[in-house]
Write a protein that binds this ligand. Structure first.
Ligand SMILES: [Fe+2]
Ligand SMILES: [Fe+2]
Length: 376
């Protein structure tokens, strides 16, 4: 049995009480400083292409840049209520009730359509807000990789990713501010994860935390939202962001594959534990506790009810559809008596292990010639 108390601060993965006891206590915070324990590493080996896969990725990144100001149709007006209704009509099975589960005995028993609509708007806003904060995490982590990774090809590639992430923060922030009227503060569980990643002194842990875990989840979540949304501006924004994210995740897999080959069992165990901890933090954050607070319903009861629904359970699992195959490719699943495999079994996500990993799948996400042309 794994020592969960030490890893995630609670004995049971699904202890809702413990999860909800950690909340954002400073909602008005504007600046947060986090200690970065890494040394900045210079290299005097300037041999470009010493790592051909990274060099190729760098060249690809240079020709895949887009401009968030001119390539997206910002003139589209977004009516947040109609978006929720249209998404519902397109995606619901019966097209009748906003609730896709039996609400008897739950805090939603007496909810009107108006309340469900309000919830839909808040939920969309919250989700995009956390994407935006996560993008800033990626911006900072990738700048950190430029400093800490010892290989010149990786520093070059990471520099292009810094630019990509700036663009991602920019477009999500613009969307939230101009189309949704504002955003939610950083979710505490996502914040804890970002802090863990920045705190760690080992350069490969930034990759594991950000490129493999956070961006792996983002790629799956963006894909899900891209498929579900009927709002054309958001759909295109997500499409553009995803084309970059696929490259970022591939960057993580390609870099870590080489590095992990030389690690001992004990060193690999630390990486396995880190991957598990990150998985749990990301699962916790998707409970959307701040949305339930804003809707004025008992948070624990609301989450308990919603988590039972099949759509929700499927969504929770799908978030791991990129992470698990990428962890497998890195050899993280089975070292140390299959430690991480066992944990992913407990989280109910091991079934994704043989799905495509992102290095195989990256080309499918690339933008085509027509998409790279200006939108108007
Ligand atoms: Fe990003
Ligand atoms: Fe990214």
């Amino acid at each position: 049995m794994a020592d969960y108390q030490n890893l995630i601060g609670r004995e049971e993965i699904d202890d809702l009480e413990a999860i909800l006891s950690i909340t954002n206590t400073d909602m008005d915070e504007v600046i947060r400083s986090v200690t970065d324990n890494s040394d900045a590493i210079f290299t005097w080996d300037y041999t470009k292409g010493a790592r051909p896969a990274l060099d190729k990725l760098y060249e690809k990144a240079k020709t895949s840049q887009w401009n968030g100001q001119t390539d997206l149709p910002w003139e589209i007006e977004v009516d947040v209520e109609s978006v929720v209704v249209n998404n519902f009509i397109q995606n619901s099975a019966d097209g009748e009730s906003f609730a896709d589960f039996d609400t008897t005995g739950t805090p939603f028993e007496k909810w009107t359509d108006k309340q469900w609509l309000e919830f839909g708007i808040e939920s969309n806003n919250w989700t995009l807000s956390q994407f935006m904060h996560g993008e800033q995490g990626a911006l900072i982590c990738t700048a950190k990789i430029v400093e800490t990774v010892p290989w010149i090809d990786a520093k070059y590639y990471a520099a292009t990713q810094v630019m990509d992430e700036a663009r991602h923060v920019e477009v999500f922030a613009q969307y939230l501010q101009t189309k949704m009227g504002g955003y939610y503060p950083l979710n505490t569980h996502l914040g804890l994860l970002l802090e863990d990643i920045v705190n760690d002194s080992r350069w490969d842990m930034t990759y594991l935390g950000m490129q493999i875990m956070v961006e792996g989840l983002a790629l799956a979540a963006f894909g899900f939202m891209h498929m579900m949304t009927t709002e054309p501006l958001l759909k295109q924004l997500l499409r553009y962001v995803m084309s970059d994210e696929a490259r970022h995740v591939a960057f993580g897999v390609l870099s870590l594959q080489e590095f992990y080959e030389g690690l001992s069992d004990a060193e690999m165990f630390e990486r396995q534990q880190f991957a598990f901890e990150a998985s749990v933090r990301m699962r916790d954050r998707f409970l959307q506790q701040e949305v339930w607070e804003r809707m004025g319903v008992p948070v624990k009861d609301a989450i308990s009810a919603v988590m039972q629904t099949p759509t929700r359970q499927m969504f929770q699992m799908m978030l791991f559809s990129k992470i698990v195959p990428n962890c497998k490719k890195l050899g993280l699943l089975d070292r140390n008596d299959q430690w991480l495999r066992r944990r992913f079994e407990e989280l109910g996500v091991i079934q994704f292990e043989d799905w495509k990993d992102t290095t195989d799948e990256m080309e499918a996400f690339a933008l085509g010639e027509t998409e790279l042309a200006p939108a108007r």
